[in-house]
Design a binder for this molecule. Structure first.
Ligand SMILES: [Zn+2]
Length: 475
């Protein structure tokens, strides 16, 4: 099908300043089990191309599923027409520097490819996990789900870019609800998506985790409510990754800072003058954009504007250095960014997105962090969250918590919550866990834009301790 794309692009290029084509093909399989039985299987395919055109310094786009010569010609004409109509109103005049030529390829490293097992075989794994999690007759519901995604992107441009990327993604989660009289408590593994193969669905590891989840749900039925107090807060990766996502990732997106993006609690407390100056967090805080994170859900070689992606620090020793914005936002704002211009499908134009946004590990062991905490609380796995439009004041609820008294873990408490304000919270960062406490998490459900784009993000983080945080109980 692509045999004559090169000559078509070359033909189109006589009629505009620049033209690129991005083919996007994705297959998504959803498989679920509930209470030891199969529940559902579902498969979706999305396949089409996006033509991107620059005319008189203005970009415009047209997507199509008709990949014939005629289909591509129609899409090109549409995109060119849009670019000509909008050019007189443009915010910024772009040129070929915005679309430098690059070639290459990327493929997710995997041990067991996604097609190595049938739907039925994967569903049997999930049935087994949901059975293992039923550790007591007080467990009234148990479920397990997996989502397998294969994505191929091919990119070609009139000035010599040509690259290909192949992604393999596995997302999984499982959980239970336990009930005793009027009390119910839910506990889950914590949704996690990784760039990997089916090696990620390891029966021995998942069975052990399912049993732990089952026991902890029943344990919560007996626990008292989390106290209202001020304590040192220890967060493990399955909660801290969401804290990073909401209170570092989103406020650093350059399109929010430029004022373009207002949807989904969309502004930011960060202003352009803050880059290079703002003490975002304590000196132990180092946050990177790292497209080379092993198993990171958003590892890639090129973003969807065709820019090669490389690791860069957004925050170093607590100082804000760089935003999350692709080449257009960087050129418009004059601020430093990263290769993070991303589109969720063939029918969406790339916008500023998170990718792998990681908190770099420090040097504290888990044992040291606990033994050096006099009055603390350790919270695990997100249950609820809210944050204001400026990504400033937030409140998170977790599923499971244990108090720390005089350097030792003591009592389990239920319905734990904490609240804070972004920069004071990150400035209270006291201990940053070492590599052994780190884990990579990923979510396929980061929403942004109009029309809506749901995109995949990754966050690697160690366990950390924050000083004097307001905590409270309640569902
Ligand atoms: Zn998000």
């Amino acid at each position: 099908m692509r045999t004559n794309w090169q000559s078509l692009i070359s033909q189109f290029s006589h009629d505009c300043d620049w033209v690129g084509i991005r083919e996007y093909k994705e297959t998504t399989d959803y498989i679920t089990a509930r209470n030891g039985k199969p529940e559902s299987t579902n498969s979706e395919i999305s396949h089409g191309v996006m033509l991107e055109v620059m005319v008189e310094g203005q970009f415009a786009y047209a997507g199509t599923v008709d990949m014939s010569n005629q289909g591509l010609q129609d899409a090109f004409r549409k995109a060119k027409h849009m670019a000509m109509l909008s050019s007189p109103h443009k915010l910024h005049s772009f040129n070929l520097d915005t679309r430098p030529a690059h070639t290459g390829s990327y493929q997710t490293p995997t041990q067991v490819p996604l097609d190595a097992l049938s739907f039925g075989e994967i569903q049997r794994k999930l049935i087994n996990i949901s059975k293992q999690a039923e550790t007591s007759n007080e467990i009234i519901d148990s479920w397990a789900q997996a989502m397998l995604i294969r994505t191929e992107i091919y990119y070609l441009s009139s000035n010599g870019s040509e690259w290909h990327q192949d992604f393999s993604i596995v997302s999984k989660d499982f959980g239970v609800t336990a009930k005793r009289e009027e009390e119910t408590q839910s506990r889950s593994y914590g949704f996690n998506g990784l760039q990997t193969g089916l090696d990620d669905l390891d029966d021995n590891i998942l069975e052990a985790e399912a049993i732990r989840i089952g026991h902890q749900a029943v344990e919560l039925l007996e626990a008292r409510d989390c106290p209202a107090d001020t304590r040192d807060l220890m967060l493990v990766p399955d909660q801290l990754y969401l804290q990073i996502h909401e209170s570092i990732g989103h406020p650093l997106e350059l399109d929010r800072i430029l004022g373009d993006e207002r949807n989904y609690a969309g502004w930011s407390f960060v202003s352009p003058n803050d880059f290079g100056n703002l003490q975002y967090g304590s000196s132990k805080m180092n946050v990177s954009f790292d497209p080379e994170t092993e198993t990171g859900m958003a590892s890639y070689a090129f973003d969807d504007s065709g820019i090669p992606a490389e690791k860069a620090y957004l925050i170093k020793d607590g100082i804000l250095l760089r935003g999350i914005g692709g080449i257009e936002s960087q050129q418009r704002s004059g601020l430093p960014g990263v290769a993070s211009s991303r589109a969720s499908d063939w029918n969406r134009a790339p916008i500023d997105r998170m990718a792998n946004i990681n908190l770099e590990p420090g040097d504290s062991s888990m044992a040291d962090m606990i033994s050096n905490t006099e009055k603390g609380i350790l919270m695990e796995t997100n249950r609820s969250w809210s944050i204001d439009d400026y990504r400033n004041k937030f409140q998170f609820g977790c599923q499971y918590a244990r108090l720390i008294e005089d350097g030792e873990i003591t009592e389990t408490v239920k319905n734990p919550n904490y609240r804070g304000v972004t920069t004071p919270f990150w400035n209270s960062l006291k201990f940053v866990g070492d590599r052994d406490t780190s884990k990579v998490y990923g979510s396929p459900y980061c929403g942004k834009g109009e029309p809506n784009q749901i995109i995949r993000v990754g966050h690697s983080t160690p366990t950390c301790v924050f000083t004097d945080i307001e905590i409270f109980g309640g569902a």
